[in-house]
Design a protein around this ligand. Structure first.
Ligand SMILES: Nc1ncnc2c1ncn2[C@@H]1O[C@H](COP(=O)(O)OP(=O)(O)OP(=O)(O)O)[C@@H](O)[C@H]1O
Ligand SMILES: [Mg+2]
Length: 591
């Protein structure tokens, strides 16, 4: 019986090995003999995964890209099954990606050790001296804390995935689409969130201008998207969107013939299920977009494990589920196998579930009628085995036990078997932070370069510069206008002064405040002086003098000439008096 004795302990020289090492499978420069030693050890191209009363259960290498599902209640052995599958792929030279939800998958990097549980099972598996070994491993972390950052640009993520991340409505998604197109048509790069924020602001402010070409851009939709962007930002989106953007080709490393395990620390990421699942979905679509068609291979080129897969489908629009289904269907011919891990198969939409041909079903619990329904549904997805009732077996399975059905050589699902999953040769459970640091330290330079963030010219810089220029222009115009007004005001003032001075010249006193005061004082003095003079001439009051004058006018013409004379005398007296007063006042002021 085949021993799982592939040596894949982390190599002290793995950094150099990876730097010059094998290119991604199918890529120019990739040396297929990298896989050879291990392929020889695969019994007839089959991967030994579990054992049943009827013998070994092997995953057929060339059917491994037909995707799979690992399901089961909590604590039943899903993560360990993932680990067994992944390390077997690694031994066969197939690199894998996996999200580590609890930190326990990090153990894949270290050799495992015997436990009572394992020892008890060894004879059943026909294994006497297991050669425990870890796999070449790289750690990644969207937040850059427990591994190399894996950043994505806003434009690479695209409006559809972003809309899902931001939980936008259909109308808002349409507006976001328009914003992306406007950016594209104007060569504005959307790299990070500040690019997107300013772009939204720009489109919002110029909505009327864009509406004819790009459809209705309602301010309310822009506002809603802006609020969602702020939300993503507050959840750490700034670390996630930006450059250097992660190149999925860096996941395809093979070291000394062993596929590298790319482990994404997801304990923090999964606290935001939308970010987690959108990110993994992006990675999947990037893989799809970057790989060439290869047809059927003896072994997949890459295997992608999608833990907590239900998060991917919770609240996902029908359109996106259709897209996921399409990607999963087509990525197969690019040599990529996708394995979903979730509690019950019904977490996965039927169309997607139908694509997952290699199944491992761990125990399920049936406490409620709903649970029972889920168990029945799970049982019905298997080709029945006459020797046991699938539904009953699902409820009865122990830890590390599962109902297993893989595709056979011809691509037909095998009859379901009740089996024990092999134990991993790598460590079960988390590693220490020190061990993690040691592994990171020997990683290739190109991965370390992901830690050097940069911010090149993109929409934010271009729009900020344009805005600054526009503001400067506006400021210039405003200043010019102000100057013009000032000029006009001065001209008016001058005109007034001119008029005033010609008036005051006539009055003999300038139109200054002093002049006004003097004039006012002089006028009042003159008035009283005139009154006094008038009194002395006409006697009594001025009223009296007027009536006397009137009387004298009406009485005799002679008296008219007398009055005229008196008038002239009055004027003279007034002028003399006024001049006197003016001189007095000026003296008082200047003394
Ligand atoms: N195939 C196995 N070989 C050896 N031990 C196993 C195996 N499967 C499970 N175990 C043991 O059972 C424990 C729980 O398994 P595991 O962590 O895989 O469960 P799980 O289904 O992933 O749980 P959860 O849903 O909580 O993540 C493991 O820590 C390990 O000790
Ligand atoms: Mg688990």
């Amino acid at each position: 019986m085949a021993q799982r004795a592939f040596l894949c302990e982390p190599d002290k020289n793995q950094s150099e090995a990876a730097d010059e090492g094998p290119k991604m499978p199918g890529q120019a420069g990739h040396d297929e003999k990298d896989n050879k030693i291990h392929n020889d050890m695969l019994k007839d191209g089959q991967l030994y995964i579990a054992h049943s009363d009827n013998g070994n259960i092997n995953l057929v290498g060339k059917m491994a890209n037909r995707h799979g599902l690992i399901a089961g209640a909590t604590g039943t052995g899903k993560t360990v099954t993932l680990q067994v599958l992944a390390e077997t792929f690694s031994q066969a030279g197939v690199p894998c990606f996996m999200a580590d939800m609890k930190g326990d998958l990090s153990g894949i990097s270290q050799p495992g050790k015997l436990s009572g549980f394992i020892e008890k099972r060894m004879p059943e598996f026909g294994i006497e001296n297991p050669e425990f070994a870890g796999c070449p491993t790289r750690f990644f972390d969207v937040f850059g804390e427990q591994g190399f950052p894996m950043r994505a640009t806003v434009s690479a993520m695209g409006p559809q995935l972003l809309a899902r991340l931001m939980e936008l409505t259909e109308v808002q998604t349409g507006v976001l689409n328009a914003v992306f197109r406007i950016a594209d048509d104007n060569n504005l790069l959307l790299i990070d969130l500040k690019d997107l924020k300013l772009m939204l602001d720009f489109v919002g402010k110029n909505a009327a201008q864009f509406t004819t070409e790009y459809g209705n851009i309602a301010p309310a939709s822009i506002g809603a998207i802006q609020r969602s962007v702020l939300q993503i930002e507050s959840e750490g989106g700034n670390q996630f969107f930006g450059e250097p953007a992660f190149n999925v080709e860096d996941l395809f490393a093979v070291e000394n013939g062993r596929g590298v395990m790319n482990v994404l620390a997801a304990d923090k990421l999964m606290l935001n299920p939308k970010l987690y699942s959108t990110y993994l979905l992006w990675l999947m679509t990037e893989l799809y977009a970057n790989l060439p068609e290869v047809g059927d291979l003896e072994l997949p080129k890459f295997v992608f494990f999608f833990d907590e897969a239900h998060m991917l489908f919770d609240g996902t629009s029908k359109a996106l589920v259709d897209k996921i289904e399409q990607v999963i269907r087509l990525i197969r011919s690019k040599g990529v196998g996708i394995y979903f891990i979730t509690q019950v198969p019904s977490d996965v939409p039927v169309n997607v579930l139908a694509q997952l041909s290699n199944r491992v079903q761990h125990a399920l619990r049936a406490y409620t009628p709903q649970d029972q329904k889920a168990v029945r549904a799970a049982a019905q997805t298997f080709r029945p085995n006459p020797s046991f009732k699938t539904e009953e077996a699902i409820l009865d399975l122990g830890t590390g036990e599962a109902l297993v059905s893989f595709l056979d050589e011809k691509g037909a699902p095998s009859v379901v078997e009740r089996a024990k999953i092999l134990f991993p040769l790598s460590q079960i459970g988390a590693i220490t932070p020190g061990q993690r640091m040691d592994i990171q330290a020997i990683a290739p330079k190109k991965l370390k370069d992901y830690e050097k963030f940069f911010d090149r010219e993109s929409a934010y810089e271009v729009l900020t510069e344009a805005r600054q220029k526009a503001e400067e222009e506006a400021e210039k115009e405003r200043k010019a206008l102000e100057k013009q007004k000032e000029k006009e005001a001065k001209a008016k003032e001058k005109e007034k002064e001119k008029k005033a001075s010609s008036k005051s010249k006539k009055a003999g006193i300038g139109r200054t405040i002093l002049g006004t005061m003097i004039a006012a004082a002089a006028t009042s003095f003159a008035r009283s002086a005139g009154t006094r003079i008038g009194k002395s001439i006409g006697g009594g009051s001025s009223k009296k003098s007027t009536s006397t004058a009137k009387k004298s006018t009406s009485t005799t013409k002679k008296s008219t000439s007398t009055a005229k004379k008196a008038n002239t005398a009055t004027k003279k007296a007034v002028n003399t008096a006024a001049r006197k007063v003016t001189t007095e006042i000026l003296k008082n002021i200047f003394k």
